[in-house]
Design a protein around this ligand. Structure first.
Ligand SMILES: Cc1cc2nc3c(=O)[nH]c(=O)nc-3n(C[C@H](O)[C@H](O)[C@H](O)COP(=O)(O)OP(=O)(O)OC[C@H]3O[C@@H](n4cnc5c(N)ncnc54)[C@H](O)[C@@H]3O)c2cc1C
Length: 320
């Protein structure tokens, strides 16, 4: 059975939910044995969560006395050693900021192509699907290299449970010299808010939001929905929101289950960043706005009237 290694991302002591879709992609049609590598948390604590999604071995990945979590370079070298140790046919991670940092290096170390930010994979046909030209086209790319190295867009693959028995192990990679790059500090831009690229639900405010304070209206709705709050570039350029909230071609690419666009016209550059959302809802006061041609559900109305009502209705249904 082919073996697929997966680098797991954790937060606040737990496995991030976005890993489960990655594990489903890694497993394929139950055709691969999946080995998870964990660096930040205790492998034993993560075992049950990962075994529910088909992981048969959870490996604590270390680099001697070095700090694997302080250096994408050390982590990539440890993964490269793990490829050999565990005879992996594929090695996968998330197309997040740390994932991109580590897997680009891993491809270079192994001297194989990195297939980045994919949305699906077909092991039999040795192909993967990913978006091209800012989401205007979808490309089916041939998987080459041994091992195959790929990253999966967060939330692009629906997680499917596949409980198995799992064991834990430790692998201390022999990484000869120290890190070439060390991360000294990570500053979260929105400390108390959910990261856009990982959020299952996003509510976005466009230019008509009019002032930074007005995002509070979206924050309130987001809290009930368990959503992250995004912004269009026009809103960011106007100084209503930080760039870290921008969705689109020159902002973040997101793939939530639900994307609610409030006062967003639907420009191609915005659409490029959210077109792979599973369900798109638009709230716009112009019935001819381009977003209505691209959404699944549309509400013609003033967002300052619609959003508070939506929040109240959601709160009421939550209380029931
Ligand atoms: C190279 C390049 C890169 C770009 N990258 C990005 C990017 O990453 N992300 C991005 O978003 N854009 C990007 N843009 C800009 C993009 O072309 C649009 O200008 C921008 O997305 C428009 O933002 P908007 O929809 O918020 O504003 P507008 O175009 O002003 O649209 C506002 C919409 O809100 C509606 N509206 C007004 N008042 C209300 C109300 N009270 N209630 C409900 N609806 C209301 C209007 O009918 C309108 O449809 C880029 C452009 C270029 C050239």
């Amino acid at each position: 059975m082919p073996k697929t290694g997966v680098l797991i991302e954790t937060e606040n002591g737990g496995v991030k939910a976005i890993n489960y879709g990655l594990l489903t992609a890694a497993m394929g049609n139950k055709e691969n044995e999946v080995i998870a590598f964990i660096t930040q948390n205790d492998a034993a604590e993560a075992k049950d969560d990962l075994a529910a999604y088909g992981v048969s071995k959870v490996v604590q990945l270390k680099v001697g006395s070095g700090d694997i979590n302080s250096s994408p370079d050390l982590c990539a070298r440890a993964l490269a050693a793990a490829v050999e140790e565990f005879e992996l046919d594929h090695i996968a991670g998330l197309a997040t900021a740390p994932g991109r940092d580590i897997f680009g290096r891993l491809g270079a170390i192994l001297d194989v192509p990195l297939v980045s930010d994919i949305q699906s994979i077909d092991y039999g046909a040795e192909t993967a699907v990913k978006s091209h030209f800012s989401g205007k086209t979808m490309a089916t790319v041939k998987l080459e290299g041994s091992p195959v190295v790929f990253t999966v867009r967060p939330n692009a693959v629906d997680p499917v449970e596949n409980p198995v028995d799992a064991e834990t192990a430790e692998f201390n990679a022999d990484v000869a010299d120290g890190p070439k790059v060390t991360v000294k500090e990570v500053k979260a831009s929105q400390q108390d808010k959910m990261e856009l690229t990982e959020a299952p639900v996003i509510i976005t405010g466009g230019r008509p939001i009019g002032a930074p304070d007005n995002y509070k209206m979206l924050d309130e709705c987001a809290e009930v929905l368990g959503a992250a709050v995004g912004a269009s570039r026009a809103s960011v350029d106007a100084g209503f929101a930080p760039h870290s909230m921008q969705v689109g071609q020159t902002g973040k690419t997101v793939s939530p289950n639900l994307y609610i666009a409030c006062g967003v016209s639907g420009a191609v550059q915005h659409f490029a960043g959210m077109k792979t959302s599973k369900v798109i809802v638009a709230i716009n006061n112009d019935k001819d706005a381009p977003i209505f041609e691209k959404c699944d559900y549309g509400i013609i109305g003033d967002m300052f009237e619609v959003v508070p009502v939506l929040t109240e209705v959601l709160k009421a249904s939550e209380e029931k």
